[in-house]
Write a protein that binds this ligand. Structure first.
Ligand SMILES: Nc1ncnc2c1ncn2[C@@H]1O[C@H](COP(=O)(O)OP(=O)(O)OP(=O)(O)O)[C@@H](O)[C@H]1O
Ligand SMILES: [Mg+2]
Length: 353
């Protein structure tokens, strides 16, 4: 029968694929119990949406079963989301802030923001979504909530949607008929003030749906909100991808971390015959990610259930949770969570020295 130390030693063979570091050194091994030939271990992941959750658990089980004198193995997996924003003054209770951006309009930013938020929340993460589209809020409509200025003490209460997701719209900053000048410190200050006026509570992930394009509004917002990083949504057409690449370079210039790129409206599956039509050519975004040295976050099919359910106020992750579309959003959500964990780990390491 191995000792606890020997169990821990053996678990050093399990490497986190994101970081290339073993799970013991990463501090993921929380509890080790050994008695009468049975070993029980608890692993703590850096996000419940870890894309390698099953792989890490399987590998740990294999390693432990191979130890001499072990007859039964139980590996439990828990998660605590790693913060990428430790030490931030604005919204210190929000561990990660993820902006969703695009080079041009209509590529599915809001749809991705909402379904990814819901997918993260369904695994138990606390999630908020901030609609920062100054050209008109869409998130409250997609989620079928009324965002109002209800009070929570001296703060503004967000609306609560499916899976407990909190929703707020930056539209409240904008006075009707008043032209908004999206430049300068005044706007930045107003946005930061508004953000802190909202009662977000403690959040693992705050997702910010930015306005389309890389005009003043998006850039000012991206710089006023202290972000973990930005996810770029693109469709597979060459032109769209070129514009997305431009956006990516612009964010890089502003020192906004790039979490990765999502390909939306990637392919179409015929509901009658199941044939896959790659209407705009598939795989362009993935190739571009390799070229640009950024993470490919996955592809979402062009699908009637995504549009229809979004319009009905019930996003596909909720309306048809087992559909191919919902599963595609989940995969993207886990990739985002993985990428954010890596950023958080690196930032933590930098600040630890
Ligand atoms: N994968 C998809 N399959 C089918 N329809 C989609 C898909 N993604 C988005 N749509 C639909 O396309 C339209 C535009 O999507 P959405 O509003 O999310 O884009 P956006 O990038 O946020 O647009 P805007 O630039 O106006 O903010 C919506 O009607 C939405 O339901
Ligand atoms: Mg939108």
């Amino acid at each position: 029968m191995p000792t606890k130390e020997e169990v821990v030693q053996a678990l050093k063979k399990v490497i986190d694929p994101e970081l290339g570091i073993d799970i013991v050194s990463l501090g993921m091994v929380k509890e080790v119990d050994t008695k009468n030939g049975s070993v029980e271990v608890t692993l703590e992941l850096t996000t419940p949406a870890c894309p390698f959750r099953a792989q890490l658990k399987d590998h740990a089980e294999k390693v432990l079963k191979a130890l001499p004198g072990v007859s039964s193995v139980k590996v439990s997996v828990v998660a605590r989301v790693l913060p990428s924003r430790a030490g931030e003054k604005i919204l210190p209770g929000v561990k990660n802030i993820i902006a969703i951006a695009s080079g041009k309009g209509g590529v599915g930013k809001s749809t991705v923001a909402v379904n990814v938020g819901l997918a993260l929340a369904e695994l138990g993460s606390s999630v908020g979504i901030l609609d920062a589209d100054i050209y008109g809020p869409t998130v409250p409509r997609i989620l079928n909530v009324k965002v109002g200025l209800a009070n929570a003490g001296d703060k503004i209460a967000p609306a609560i949607s499916y899976n407990g997701v909190k929703v707020m719209s930056i539209g409240f900053l904008l006075q009707e008929d008043e032209p908004v000048i999206w430049r300068g410190p005044l706007v930045a200050n107003a946005i930061r003030q508004f953000l802190t006026d909202v009662e977000w509570g403690d959040l693992d992930y705050l997702i910010v749906d930015l306005p389309p394009g890389t005009g003043d509004a998006s850039l000012t917002l991206a710089q006023s909100i202290p972000l973990t990083g930005v996810v770029i949504v693109s469709t597979p057409q060459d032109a769209a991808l070129r514009i997305a690449t431009k956006a990516l370079n612009m964010f890089r210039k502003l020192n906004v971390e790039i979490i990765g790129i999502v390909e939306n409206m990637s392919y179409f599956v015929c509901p009658n015959c199941g044939h896959v039509f790659e209407i705009f050519g598939r795989g362009g975004v993935k190739a571009a990610c390799e070229r640009l040295g950024t993470r490919f976050l996955g592809e979402i099919p062009l699908s009637p259930d995504i549009r229809a359910n979004g319009d009905l106020g019930k996003p596909v992750v909720i309306a048809a949770p087992r559909s191919e579309s919902a599963e595609a959003f989940r995969k993207v959500a886990y990739e985002i969570a993985g990428s954010v964990s890596v950023i958080a780990y690196k930032r933590g390491k930098d600040s630890r020295g």
